[in-house]
Design a protein around this ligand. Sequence first.
Ligand code: NAD
Length: 440
Amino acid sequence: MRLTVIGTGYLGAVHAACMADIGHDVLGVDIDTARITALSEGRPPFYEPGFDEVLTRALASGRLRFSNDLRDAARHGEVHFICVGTPQQAGSQAADLRYVNAVVDGLTPHLPASCLVVGKSTVPVGTTARLTDRIAGLAPAGVRAEVAWNPEFLREGFAVEDTLRPDRVVVGVSGREADETLRRVYAPMLKDGVPYISTDPSTAELVKAAANSFLATKISFINAMSEVCDAAGADVATLADALGHDTRIGRQFLNAGIGFGGGCLPKDIRAFAARAEELGVGPALRFLDQVDEINRRQRTRTIALARRLTGGDLAGRRVTVLGATFKPNSDDVRDSPALAVAAALHQQGADVRVHDPMGAANARRAHPELRSGSDLLTACRDAEILLHLTEWSQYREVDPVELAGVVGEPVLIDGRNALPHDAWRAAGWTVRTLGRPYSP
Ligand code: NAD
């Protein structure tokens, strides 16, 4: 099938390459010319495991091309996927839909024939209905463009795997024709048994908002428990293990730490709460304000712990932060808890160095005031405290004995509760985490 993918960021670029990989003829479109040049030359504009290979393969097959021009998209596609960003509006909790609107406004007048426009971006419930009206007002005479929503659930760090083998495909359609078209798009996956849920557009839009809200709530729940554990002298890691054995609860997403971040969860729960207010059901989602607040508090708790461990004043203290990205196996630093903590420590006068295996360049762009260490040992040299804030596997493999010989003081805050603490303590380190009693 002839597909266009409009917006080639973390979601769209991977979707475009994977759709070409399963046999479709794909045109990826973006307004960012540097990004389009890089993608056309087979250079991934971001780090995502396995993306390099699938991009190279798709380009070599001749089934993947890129353009800057929505008129090319209009001519090419029988199905147009919208994958542009939906960030938080400045000065509001709500989603900013200007990029989605711009795509619709730029594409629709050039459509030569009837087609299907499929949103994948995360949007407020009601967007499909709104865009249906918008498109009807812009389409050339005789051209009908139906709108459907097909929310995306991929995880950065596993984006290729999640796109090729999703847990489920959810589509929100208004009629049988759109449903059949989307079944044909995803036929290779459906053949392999991937569950396909076809529903109305509002339900599909809500599935995404609800999924992210549930995941964020689970993380903030265990972090709230971590605060109680700190006050009561109890151990949140054991608590989480014990809870997780209950199959109704499950162990996933119960790792207490510095909380969630990234380009999705924080802005998505805020947008969902804002949309509920518009719909007159604000009280139903007010708990999401608490989820957000608990999440942000983990950053301040971490900073307070660092201050306590450095004698109550961070001014001039040499601090090394391990990790800048919001999660491992990505270079994405959007709303990264690690980087936010690093920036706050710097603001309080600490001499901060940040190390990250893949996110250093993005971290420098976002926070030029922070120094970054090229290799781990250099970044840690003479540090008076280390904060482990992104769970990269290479940090688990560090030799704590060797590192103890490099730093100024062997003091570690494990903000992800993921390092082998016994080995670090045996090597002479003071190890502290949120929500766990201190045992020297
Ligand atoms: P991103 O910022 O990485 O990419 C957005 C891309 O859209 C950019 O390359 C930008 O240049 C392009 N763009 C903006 N306006 C455009 C226009 N008028 N025409 C063409 N291109 C345009 O964002 P992302 O992380 O890929 O997220 C995109 C959407 O997908 C968001 O709604 C997000 O919530 C949702 N989503 C993201 C993920 C994820 O893991 N990143 C997962 C599921 C859903």
